[in-house]
Design a protein around this ligand. Structure first.
Ligand code: NAD
Ligand code: LMR
Length: 345
């Protein structure tokens, strides 16, 4: 499977499960659950046959959201009252999905969000280190390229870091890639896989069109146009929403796909491949990179690397992605040195 919609064809709100009712289903907690992504994502997770207890946490009260979701089907939904700290629903979470923080507005870049979201992620990471240090952590909040290193540094400083368990979610780039390729080439979107590598911000988003499955040929012009369309897709939504948020529905769905695949791998499926932004040795100059990963019960079991790149992809990677990601990671390192007293490893 690709990082995009699940290999096992787990469809949204598909209520038939491959998991037997006797298996313990993981507890999933969404932080930032009252926001534009949080609410639809929590609904999808509540409907999922793969999810056990569901926790919804925010800085505004989430008890109403929990009550609302609890009418959909039986099973615990744990809301968080605004006054309680630390958020009790986080305790013993198996999967933590972090959506907390500000989204882009017209004219802003993902990188511009760092000054708002880095401290929010730091405080959530400290809470998670205390309450669910073994959770699989899915970081959706932007800028993903810098916040994954920040979250990781907090976990290192608390002695609970396991690089296999922390994922930056770039699934939406893969979902957009396969949708736009399917549209352009008249293919069935369910059959198309495109891995997007690099990071999750305009120029660092690098869809590997040369590795599209099923094998598909593109002219140079098509590669240029599709790559730009995928990199710029967020801006199209942000500008059309005109100050009322960024992508919420597509990312809620993309995150749901990712979490579904993670659960499949955690509960025994052996062939689950996703793309995510993780701690990496694939390119020596970069300590974090999005690549395809083989998942297993403990998270990312094997980094599948970049595969064979086209000349266009190799050039973009070395000339654009690497320097930009280096700067994004360095920004996180400097923030952590100042805030946590950490040193680069
Ligand atoms: N990775 C991706 O592909 C992708 C795609 C779209 C959006 N995003 C990012 O996801 C994030 C959320 O987007 P949104 O549209 O839901 O934003 P939103 O503003 O609608 O919701 C954010 C929520 O976070 C909550 N929050 C703030 N501080 C918190 C804290 N300390 N603890 C718990 N909750 C806290 C807010 O109260 C709010 O409910 C943004 O950073 C956005 O840029 C990522
Ligand atoms: O920053 C955002 O909110 C946009 C988001 O990352 C997206 O890809 O749509």
């Amino acid at each position: 499977m690709s990082s995009s919609p699940p290999s096992k064809k787990i469809r949204v709100a598909d209520l038939s499960s491959t998991m037997s009712s006797s298996e313990k289903k993981p507890k999933v907690v969404v932080v930032g659950a009252a926001g534009g992504i949080g609410q639809p994502l929590a609904m999808l997770l509540k409907l999922s046959p793969l999810v056990g207890d569901l926790g919804v946490v925010d800085v505004v009260g989430t008890e109403g959201i929990a009550a609302d979701l609890s009418h959909l089907k039986p099973g615990a939904v744990l809301g968080h009252p605004p006054t309680k700290d630390p958020p009790e629903p986080l305790r013993d979470a198996d999967i933590l999905v972090v959506l907390a923080g500000r989204a882009q507005r017209p004219g802003e870049s993902r990188d511009d969000l760092f000054k708002f979201n880095a401290r929010i992620i730091t405080s959530i990471a400290k809470q998670a280190a205390e309450l669910c240090p073994r959770a699989m952590v899915c970081i959706v909040s932007n800028p993903v390229n810098s916040l994954v290193p920040v979250f990781s540094e907090v976990f290192k400083s608390r002695g609970c870091y396991d690089q296999r368990r922390i994922f930056g979610i770039n699934t939406l780039d893969c979902v957009r890639s396969r949708t736009f390729v399917a549209e352009r080439k008249g293919l069935d979107v369910e059959e198309v896989t495109v891995h997007s590598v690099g990071g999750h911000s305009g120029p660092t988003i690098l869809p590997l069109l040369s590795q599209t499955k099923p094998a598909t040929s593109f002219t140079e012009k098509e590669v240029e146009e599709l790559t730009f369309k995928i990199q710029d897709a967020a801006n199209v939504v942000i500008n059309l929403k005109a100050g009322k948020g960024s992508s919420t529905l597509s990312i809620a769905c993309a995150t749901y796909y990712f979490v579904s695949q993670l659960i499949e791998a955690m509960t025994g499926s052996e062939d689950v491949v996703v793309t995510a932004y993780v701690r990496s040795d694939v390119i020596p100059e970069l300590s974090y990179l999005a690549t395809p990963l083989l998942l297993g019960p403990n998270g990312a079991e094997k980094n599948l690397g970049l595969g064979e790149l086209s000349e266009y992809e190799r050039k973009k990677l070395t000339e654009v992605v690497v320097p930009e990601l280096k700067a994004n990671i360095q920004k996180a390192v400097e923030f952590c040195e100042a805030e946590l007293g950490t040193k680069k490893d």
